[in-house]
Design a protein around this ligand. Structure first.
Ligand code: NAI
Length: 483
C-alpha cells in the first residue's frame, strides 16, 4: 500500500526520496502550489546523479513510484502518512484531524516534528493510538537515525510498524518516549552548553575549544563551528524550548552569549557571521596553540592508566617506565584530569608543578591535547610538560584552570544527560548510544564512552564540577551512580 507524505520541503523531499528508493509507492502533497512538483523533479535529478555514480540501477523506475497528490483526499488508501509540514502545533493538529476523516482506520499517522509532543498532537483525535513520531534527521538521505516516538496513547503495534518501516528504508530506528527534545535534541544540549560556559568563563577562545573537541574529543565539528552552521536562532530556540519544557531545569539553561549573537543578528554561516566571520577574505579562525618548547632533559612515565596507554606508546621511545600514575617531565608532574582543578590537586596529592592533561578519545591518534597548570607550577616546569607532549607529536592548547577541562567535562555531561534519559525511561542504553552516533555523528555513544573511560571517572568529574560550581546543573544522574 502507498505511503503518504505531507509537506514537500527540505524534510518531506528527503523522506520521499528514501521511501521510493526502498521500494515504496509514495504520494506527496503540499498546500503550496507547485511545491510538490518541484520536489518530485529535484528527487528525479538526485536519482539520476546516484545512477551516474553507480549507486542506483533504474532511476526512472524508482522516480515513477513518486506521485504528486492533487489534494489531501488522495491519501485515502495509504497505510502510513508522514507529515513534514511547518513546525506549528495547531497546523499539525488540524492536518491530523483532516486526515482522520480521509484515511482508513488502520492508517498510521506519523509526525516528523522535532519539538512538539506526540501526546499533544494525538490528544484530540478519534484514534490517538495511531499517532507516532517518525523523526528523521537532516539531511534525510545521509543521516541514518529515525527516532520512533511514542506518545502516551501510541499503541505498541503502531510504533513497531513504524520501527520496521524505518529499518526497511535503510535507517537505524530507535524508540523514544515523547518527552521534550526526544533523545538527540535533549542529550546533545551539553555539547553546546558546556562549550558556551567554557567560553563565558574565559577558558580559551572559541576556535581553540573547537580544535580541542575535534582533535582530542574526536567530534567531526567543534561546538562553535557547529552552532554557526545550525544557526544561532535555531540552536538558541531549541535550547530555550527544552529549558522551558523541563520547567527551567538549570541543566538546560540557555547562554547569554548565544542570546546576544541572536540579538545582534549574528546567526552564523547563513548571516555571514556568528562566532566566526564568513565574509569573503575573512581570516579563518585560528586556535591558540602553545609555541614550540624544547623537549625536557629528563622524563619518566609512572603508571598504567589504560586511558593514557596509547599516549605512553608515543612517548615510549624517550622514557623510562616505572609504576605510579603520572608522567614526570623534568620537575613537572603531568596528570590526567579527574575533574578537579590543577590548583586543587597539587596540594591534595602533595605534588609540585602540576600540569593536567585533558581527556582524549584516542591518545594514540589525537593531534591536539588540552592542558592546564596549577597556580604554583613554575614557567620552566610548564614548558617542560608542553615540550614533552609536543615531542610526542601533540599540539598543545592551554585552558584556564577549570574543572574537567573541555573534553572530560563535555563528555561527562553528555553521559550524564544520556543516563538521565535512560533513567526516565525515554530510551534504552543501546538506544541513546545509537541515536547520538547516527543522529549527530558522535564518535561514540555517550554511555559507551562512560564505560570506556570508566564510570567512576565520570562520576568523579561530575562531583568535582558540582562542588566547584555549587549548581544543580552538575548533579549526577541516579542512573550513573548505579551504572
Ligand atoms: P520546510 O519549511 O522546508 O517545508 C515545509 C513544507 O510544508 C513547505 O513546503 C510548506 O509549503 C508545507 N506545508 C506547510 N503547511 C502545510 C499544510 N498544512 N499542508 C501541507 N503542506 C504544508 O520545513 P522542513 O525543514 O522540511 O521541516 C518540516 C518538519 O520537519 C517540521 O516539523 C520540522 O520541525 C521537522 N524537522 C526539520 C528538520 C530540519 O533540519 N529542517 C529536522 C527534523 C525535523
Amino acid at each position: 500500500m502507498t505511503i503518504g507524505i505531507i509537506g514537500s520541503g527540505l524534510m518531506g523531499t528527503g523522506i520521499a526520496q528514501i521511501a521510493a528508493a526502498a521500494g515504496e509507492s509514495v504520494l506527496l502533497f503540499d498546500t503550496k502550489a507547485g511545491a510538490a512538483e518541484k520536489a518530485v523533479a529535484s528527487i528525479g535529478d538526485m536519482y539520476r546523479k546516484l545512477a551516474a555514480k553507480g549507486k542506483m540501477s533504474d532511476p526512472d523506475a524508482v522516480h515513477a513510484r513518486i506521485t504528486v497528490a492533487p489534494s489531501i483526499d488522495a491519501m485515502k488508501d495509504t497505510r502510513l502518512v508522514v507529515e513534514a509540514i511547518v513546525e506549528d502545533l495547531d497546523t499539525k493538529r488540524d492536518l491530523f484531524a483532516n486526515l482522520e476523516a480521509i484515511v482508513g482506520d488502520n492508517c498510521i499517522l506519523a509526525s516528523n516534528t522535532s519539538s512538539i509532543s506526540i501526546t499533544l498532537l494525538a490528544a484530540k483525535l478519534r484514534r490517538p493510538e495511531r499517532v507516532v513520531g517518525m523523526h528523521f534527521f537532516n539531511p534525510v538521505p545521509l543521516m541514518e537515525l529515525v527516532e520512533v516516538v511514542k506518545g502516551l496513547a501510541t499503541s505498541d503495534s503502531v510504533a513497531e510498524q513504524v520501527f520496521a518501516t524505518a529499518a526497511r528504508w535503510g535507517k537505524t530506528p530507535v524508540y523514544a518516549k515523547s518527552t521534550p527534545g526526544f533523545i538527540v535534541n535533549r542529550v546533545a544540549r551539553p555539547y553546546y552548553a558546556e562549550a558556551l560556559r567554557l567560553l563565558n568563563e574565559g577558558a580559551a577562545s572559541a576556535a581553540s575549544i573547537d580544535a580541542i573537541m575535534r582533535e582530542a574529543g574526536g567530534f567531526r565539528m567543534g561546538p562553535f563551528e557547529l552552532m554557526d552552521l545550525i544557526g544561532h536562532d535555531t540552536n538558541f530556540a531549541v535550547t530555550r524550548s527544552i529549558f522551558n519544557a523541563y520547567f527551567n531545569d538549570p541543566r538546560f539553561a540557555p547562554s547569554l552569549i548565544q542570546q546576544e549573537l541572536v540579538e545582534a543578528g549574528r546567526l552564523g554561516r547563513k548571516s555571514g557571521r556568528g562566532f566566526f566571520d564568513y565574509a569573503e577574505g575573512a581570516t579563518p579562525p585560528a586556535p591558540q596553540f602553545e609555541t614550540p618548547r624544547p623537549a625536557p632533559h629528563h622524563f619518566s612515565i609512572y603508571g598504567e592508566d589504560p586511558l593514557m596507554a596509547a599516549m605512553v606508546v608515543r612517548l615510549h621511545s624517550f622514557a623510562q617506565v616505572s609504576t605510579c600514575p603520572h608522567l614526570i617531565a623534568d620537575n613537572a608532574t603531568l596528570l590526567l584530569t579527574d575533574g578537579k582543578r590543577a590548583s586543587e590537586r597539587a596540594p591534595c596529592e602533595r605534588l609540585s608543578n602540576v600540569v593536567l592533561v585533558d581527556y582524549a578519545s584516542d591518545f594514540g591518534a589525537a593531534k591536539t591535547l588540552a592542558v592546564t597548570r596549577a597556580a604554583t607550577c613554575t614557567d620552566s616546569a610548564y614548558a617542560s610538560a608542553v615540550g614533552l607532549l609536543q615531542a610526542a607529536g601533540y599540539k598543545v592548547i592551554r585552558l584556564r584552570d577549570l574543572p574537567g577541562l573541555a573534553v572530560l567535562r563535555t563528555m561527562s555531561m553528555l553521559a550524564n544527560e544520556a543516563a538521565d534519559a535512560v533513567n526516565q525511561g525515554v530510551c534504552t542504553i543501546e538506544g541513546v548510544n545509537a541515536a547520538m552516533r547516527k543522529g549527530v555523528n558522535y564518535p561514540i555513544g555517550p554511555l559507551a564512552w562512560a564505560e570506556q573511560a570508566g564510570v567512576v571517572r565520570v562520576r568523579e568529574a561530575l562531583q568535582h564540577l558540582s562542588e566547584y560550581y555549587g549548581e544543580d546543573r552538575y548533579r549526577t544522574s541516579p542512573f550513573l551512580r548505579e551504572f
